[in-house]
Design a protein around this ligand. Structure first.
Ligand code: NAP
Length: 308
């Protein structure tokens, strides 16, 4: 039987997970933060954050780096590893990774969500060859070229605005005739000469062998097809949670989000869920940070109560 190594293990170093680490360490707990890829989560894909209270404007990458530096300077332990599951042994939880097993009293799951795909042929094949899920990361490769963005939420609208600053032409393709994203973003796009809205439209196919060359689009209202030559296609059709590996220990809803209320407690005592991976109506940077604080203070209280 392994000894308990940490008071709290946090899975996922996005805004929720890193905020949880700050609150855990500052409450005097030993904290291990495990991240599969790079710290920061979704926010590193956002060119500009301008809706976080107290910060007028900051790039997503700078925001994440500041948060990470804060976590490290406070003394939280941070490792890169892929978690494959959690074993619940009462007030002792085992977090299993590809090459190790870590034991704590409480666990906070803050694994966020990942990009949804269109699920059409060649989408996967042409990733890195014209197809991208991150305008901030890949946009500059398409300077002075024609590109398309698909989606109608804030991400798609922000991506289109961002790309319009240096791409020759940006087609914004949305399956309905009204956007879901914020009105001021839509208004900003309407003022751009190089942005064209392609509404009531879906992408039927992606064409090109070694490199993306064009997309075939169907206007569903008029039942018309068109071929749009583009070098880049930015897919921004929302996210889905990455939680299936936890389904043996916590309850998930029909979409895969971890069932947890505003107190971030889950169906398993001692396991908390914070940020975009849990059931909630508003998924924002502010609510991720809020969840991180709430989950962490809940975990601290659980550790204090159950391990005297
Ligand atoms: P989202 O709000 O869920 O929007 C996804 C969009 O993709 C919707 O317009 C949806 O169409 C469309 N879509 C979904 N599946 C599709 C498919 N298979 N084919 C074509 N279109 C499809 O996702 P998001 O824009 O990534 O935003 C996620 C959350 O983060 C939101 O709460 C958003 O407000 C927030 N966010 C905030 C900021 C900010 O505050 N600065 C920035 C980015 C994101 P329908 O509209 O028809 O459903």
């Amino acid at each position: 039987m392994s000894n308990v190594n940490y008071d709290i293990i946090i899975i996922g170093a996005g805004t929720a997970g890193m905020t949880a680490a700050i609150y855990g360490v500052r409450s005097g707990k030993s904290v291990l933060l495990i991240e599969e890829k790079i710290y920061g989560g979704q926010i590193i894909n956002t060119p500009e954050v301008a809706n976080y209270p107290g910060i007028e404007s900051i790039s997503g990458t700078s925001f994440a780096t500041n948060l990470y530096n804060q976590v490290k300077s406070l003394g939280a332990e941070y490792i890169n590893a892929k978690v494959s599951g959690i074993k619940d042994c009462g007030n002792r939880k085992e977090v299993i990774t590809n090459d190790n097993r870590y034991v704590s009293h409480a666990v906070i799951i803050a694994t966020g969500s990942k990009n949804r795909t269109l699920g059409i042929p060649k989408e996967k094949e042409l990733i890195g060859k014209g197809v991208s899920y991150c305008a901030t990361c890949d946009g500059m490769f398409f300077k002075n070229r024609d590109v398309a963005v698909v989606g109608g939420g804030n991400t798609a609208l922000e991506d289109a605005l961002f790309l319009s600053n240096y791409c020759h032409k940006v087609y914004l393709i949305h399956r309905r005739n009204a956007f879901r994203g914020e009105r001021h973003l839509e208004e900003g796009l309407k003022e751009k000469d190089n942005v064209e809205f392609v509404l009531d439209s879906i992408i039927e196919s992606i064409n090109g062998e070694k490199q993306l060359e064009s997309i075939r689009v169907k206007n569903t209202a008029q039942n018309l097809y068109s071929e749009i030559p583009v070098s880049g296609l930015f897919i921004a059709v929302g996210q889905a949670p990455d939680t299936q590996i936890f389904s043996n220990v916590v309850e998930l809803d029909e979409y895969g989000y971890i069932m947890a209320g505003e107190d971030c407690t889950t169906s398993c005592e001692g396991i908390f869920a914070a940020g975009d991976c849990r059931t909630k109506t508003v998924r924002q940077l502010t609510t991720a940070a809020s969840d991180g604080a709430i989950a962490s203070l809940g975990a601290c209280s659980y550790v204090d109560t159950n391990n005297k």
